[in-house]
Design a binder for this molecule. Structure first.
Ligand SMILES: *Cc1c(COP(=O)(O)O)cnc(C)c1O
Length: 466
């Protein structure tokens, strides 16, 4: 029997050409460490430029790819430009990007060891390293997720299910969790998904959550709220300012109060590999669960998050899916590790594979150096700001985040500055807000990830505020 001839899965001369075009583009793009800043464009304008692309007969690979290459890719803002210092930028290694292509090409279903074995093996070696950075006790382990949002949700569902299993009277209650106002927006959206209430707790004197503020807040809860409180989410590097909560102090309270302790280090987790700041994370090893996003500060391509648990069995109790057609996955021979059992997703890409390849190729020392580079750039920027009469450093850098003001600027001046720099293909630096003397004020913010950013980039960007 022959297979279909000329189906869209077969190889013909057009397909070969398309493959070569795509490989050529990919190699060029991966090699280009100074891409255009890119600009967002209205959808209707893009439609005018490219016309209908999905049609009954298809427009052909050559045409579709040309449209992507010449028009559509330019209407996006790449995250790896060395002067992209907005939000949390990214700088995936060339090895990791290429292995993302290999991950797709290999067509591996990563939910269960039965089908994903060799690939999951690689992910697990990368995970060994992540777990070792946290200092969590032996047997702690984790899985790669689509990102920090999915990791946070998976962790908290595990915590909630455990809490419910402890006491039948916990079962019907609407739950409550505590976090700080610096926590990431995904904590609120996670609480919405699980229908939990959130209590925001901040320290009166510090700009991070402390054990004593937490203890006081718990002490002040009504009996009903105390009963339904099941978890505390601390942040290991706030997204806005890189601030790390008092992880040891919070751990102590959680242990005494029997609360699930989650540390969200989606952005900051990379800095666990940086000796210069590692001490700030002391106490993370006492967490029940930890989130780290390798697609932020561990140079993986999108998307790749990770959730780590102290007790994997509790995660499996919450997440393992049962189904008649799934049982076979668990029964066949190899009896390996099944990532689907520990987070919310079933069918999954082997998201940790690009990280593994890049780690295997370069070694962990190179990661430490690249992450330390982001921290030294932040310190350099802070020095430049302090030495400049027009500028004001709001606080010492938090990990690789720097908040600063241009004297006498109003909110609209920051917006204008951002747009002007972006439109001239020079830099992408966006404003944020910070509370100064009880008042929320607009300020500028740098977040350094890309080790190819250099001192001169910083000097030129600061000069553009003159
Ligand atoms: C980015 C971030 C998240 C969300 O992660 P995604 O990968 O965007 O889903 C959660 N928490 C913190 C602290 C973050 O910085």
């Amino acid at each position: 029997m022959t297979r279909h001839v000329k189906s869209m899965h077969s190889i013909d001369i057009d397909t070969v050409e398309m493959m070569l075009d795509i490989m050529k583009y990919s190699i060029n793009r991966i090699s280009n460490s100074n891409p255009d800043m890119g600009k967002p464009t209205k959808e209707e304008d893009l439609l005018k430029l490219v016309g209908e692309t999905v049609t009954e007969e298809g427009i052909g690979g050559e045409k579709a790819f040309e449209l992507f290459k010449n028009v559509l890719s330019k209407a996006a803002v790449p995250v790896d430009h060395p002067r992209h210092l907005a939000f949390v930028p990214a700088a995936p290694t060339k090895a990791a990007i290429l292995f993302d292509l290999v991950t797709s090409a290999s067509s591996i279903h990563g939910a269960y060891w039965m089908t994903g074995g060799g690939g999951i093996f690689c992910e697990n070696r990368a995970m060994d390293w992540l777990v070792s950075l946290t200092g969590l006790p032996e047997k702690s382990f984790g899985v790669f997720t689509s990102g920090g949002t999915a990791a946070n949700l998976s962790a908290i569902v595990a915590g909630r299910e455990y809490w419910r299993s402890l006491d039948d009277t916990n079962k019907g209650l609407k739950t409550l969790l505590i976090t700080s106002s610096g926590a990431h927006s995904s904590i609120k959206s996670m609480a919405k998904v699980i229908d939990a209430d959130i209590l925001l707790v901040d320290d009166e004197n510090e700009d991070y959550l402390t054990g004593s503020a937490l203890r006081k807040a718990i002490h002040n809860l009504s009996q009903f709220d105390r009963k339904r409180l099941f978890a505390v989410v601390a942040t290991g590097g706030t997204t806005n300012a890189g601030i790390i909560d008092d992880l040891n102090g919070i751990a102590e309270v959680c242990e005494q109060e029997h609360l699930w302790y989650h540390v969200d280090a989606a952005y900051g987790g990379g800095a666990l590999a940086a000796p210069s700041v590692r001490h700030l994370f002391n106490g993370i090893e006492r967490a029940d669960s930890v989130t780290i996003d390798p697609h932020k500060w561990m140079f993986s391509p999108y998307d790749c998050g990770a959730v780590i648990y102290k007790n994997m069995e509790l995660a499996a109790n919450a997440h393992s899916q049962k189904g008649a057609y799934l049982d076979i996955f668990k029964d066949e021979g190899a009896q390996g590790f099944n990532p689907a059992d520990y987070q919310i997703q079933l069918t999954r890409r082997l998201r940790g594979l690009p990280l593994w390849f890049s780690l295997a190729m370069h070694g962990t020392k190179k990661y430490t150096e690249a992450i330390e580079r982001g921290i030294s750039l932040a310190n350099f920027a802070a020095q430049q700001i302090q030495a400049n009469d027009q500028l004001e450093l709001i606080r010492e850098p938090g990990l690789s985040c720097v908040l600063f003001k241009r004297k006498n600027w109003k909110a609209e001046d920051y917006t204008h500055w951002t747009y002007t720099n972006h439109q001239s293909n020079f830099a992408l630096v966006t404003p944020t807000k910070w509370t100064i003397d009880g008042e929320s004020q607009t300020c500028a913010r740098f977040c350094f990830i890309n080790p190819d950013t250099n001192e001169n980039d910083i000097i030129e960007i600061l000069d553009s505020m003159n």
